[in-house]
Design a protein around this ligand. Structure first.
Ligand SMILES: [Mn+2]
Length: 263
């Protein structure tokens, strides 16, 4: 029997800084929606099954963000093998912090491709340095190389842009992927999509990319991923059914892309 290396881990975490919340319900909602979609991806020409479902990591509501991060990071370092290709389903965007730290310990250096309507580079948000609005800044401070695509809102004076932050997606991403030799980790905040495509996010920003553009972006990453996450789907806001089925399709695409990347 061949070893199944693509895996899915739900992470039921949302920080107390979240305005509307609901993202910790997303992993279970997406699993339910997965039952209603086809197994085959016509975009990437592959099946997302078989994969191993690792279930959900449940973060207790009273935990603070650093306690959550320390526990999840430790768990991943103990249980993840270098051959595993895991899709992490959040949860809010802070989950990328412990996941990236653990994967660096397991895989060595990689570049982070960050698709998001927001930069997530505040120093402090709602009195805390560790949350969904500060996560990319913390990771950059810790030496991670992050390329952000699709941003269209930022807190000027509190956040910063660099030559690695782009409002557009496909064209700059093609250039960057030609430039870099490192393996890639994808962090996908679903609010990079236009709210008409994916309404169930807590900070919707108009002017986002459309579904097929995101499919093209995922296609560019096929074969290069050491891991990926999908974050910020909140089934308690917006049109949860439309968003949930779209999230399930994205999970399918990401699992196929990870499968092609498995060594
Ligand atoms: Mn965002």
């Amino acid at each position: 029997m061949r070893t199944i290396r693509t895996k899915l881990l739900g992470i039921e975490y949302e920080g107390k800084e979240n305005f509307l919340g609901g993202t910790r319900i997303a992993p279970s909602y997406i699993r339910w929606a997965l039952e209603s979609i086809e197994d085959y991806s016509p975009y990437l020409n592959g099946f997302y099954k078989p994969f191993k479902d690792l279930g959900n990591f449940h973060a207790r509501w009273e935990w603070d963000s650093l306690k959550f991060a320390r526990i999840l990071e430790g768990c991943l370092k103990r249980h993840v093998d270098g051959r595993d290709r895991i899709l992490f389903v959040g949860g809010d965007h802070f989950i990328t912090y412990p996941v990236a730290r653990a994967l660096r310990a397991i895989h060595g250096d990689f570049a982070i491709i960050h698709l998001d309507a927001h930069l997530d580079r505040r120093d402090i948000f709602e009195g805390s340095r560790y949350n969904h609005a500060t996560v990319m800044r913390r990771l950059e401070e810790e030496g991670f190389t992050i390329y952000t695509f699709g941003y269209r809102a930022f807190a000027k004076g509190l956040e910063y842009t660099t030559d690695r932050t782009f409002m557009h997606v496909i064209e700059p991403m093609k250039d960057i992927l030609q430039e870099i030799r490192l393996p890639v980790y994808l962090t996908l905040d679903v609010d990079v999509l236009d709210p008409s495509v994916f309404p169930s996010v807590t900070n919707p920003e108009g002017g986002g990319i459309h579904f097929k553009e995101l499919m093209e972006a995922i296609g560019l990453l096929k074969g290069r991923l050491i891991g990926a996450d999908l974050v910020e789907f909140s089934p308690i806001v917006g049109d949860h059914y439309k968003s949930g089925v779209t999230a399930a399709i994205l999970v399918r695409e990401l699992l196929v892309a990870l499968k092609y990347s498995a060594s």
